[in-house]
Design a protein around this ligand. Structure first.
Ligand code: CTP
Ligand code: CA
Length: 231
């Protein structure tokens, strides 16, 4: 990745990336969360900066420090992520939604800590749907802006990974969808990753399995190819 990662082919491009996993509060000390480490989004930010881009990383509960030269906007919940992305997106040339955004949040957030033995001890959590940030960003995008989504998929009775991914790309209206086949098991927290990049024009580009920074370099190659219409 050395030489490729340092090619300044993203110079002058303004890139906005979300990474990590949102936490949806239940009370002042508890949340519903997910297992995203944020490392693939973090690697995308690091590699984009190394290739000359001006990078903003909206980081949902990412435990590691900012990559060199990247402006980080820390967020917690899906709502905070939505606010940050909506504020930053209008000035971006490329928006990448690598964050695992909670589909649902608790419908009510207790103002004080939920206690055992209290009157009204909770027995269930009511959930409401979060807004789809990616769909909103696509709807509001300025002309020429590229929007990239991520999806972790498994095959099921409805179809295989690729057919689910194609449907999701169309449903979201993105230019590119970076697809992780999670049928085989655990990807969360691992150093390696293996993805396939789907483009709106139908192009399917499997990237070789590798460290997340190598995968990030491949994703930026696909973004650059899609921008010039050569791939
Ligand atoms: N996404 C988003 N806002 C949400 C949910 C997802 O912006 N509320 C984004 C993710 O960041 C990702 C893409 O949408 O880039 C696909 O996420 P995914 O969870 O695969 O899609 P969903 O539409 O939530 O579909 P599913 O029911 O399969 O979870
Ligand atoms: Ca989802």
């Amino acid at each position: 990745a050395g030489a490729a990662a340092l090619r300044p082919d993203l110079a002058g491009r303004r890139v906005l990336i979300s990474a990590g996993g949102t936490r949806e509060p239940l009370d002042p000390v508890r949340f519903l969360g997910n297992r995203s480490s944020g490392m693939q989004g973090w690697a995308l930010a690091r590699v984009a900066a190394a290739r000359g881009a001006e990078v903003v990383l909206v980081a949902a509960n990412v435990e590691v420090p900012a990559p060199f030269g990247v402006r980080v906007v820390p967020v917690g919940s899906a709502e905070e992520l939505r606010t940050a992305m909506t504020a930053e997106a209008p000035s971006a040339d490329v928006v990448v939604m690598a964050a695992a955004v909670a589909d649902f949040r608790p419908g009510t957030v207790a103002a004080s800590k939920l206690k055992k033995g209290s009157t009204g001890e909770p027995t269930s959590v009511d959930l409401v749907r979060n807004p789809d940030v990616l769909v909103e960003l696509v709807a509001a995008r300025p002309p020429g802006q590229q929007v990239v989504g991520f999806a972790a998929e498994t095959g099921d009775a409805e179809g295989d990974v690729l057919s689910h991914a194609r449907a999701k790309l169309a449903r979201k209206g993105v230019d590119l969808l970076v697809v992780n086949d999670v049928s085989a098991g655990q990807v969360f927290g691992r150093a390696d990753n293996e993805v396939t990049v789907l483009a709106a024009d139908g192009t399917v580009t499997p990237l070789p399995a590798g460290r997340k920074d190598v995968v990030a370099a491949g994703v930026w190659d696909a973004v650059a190819a899609a921008a010039t219409g050569s791939g």
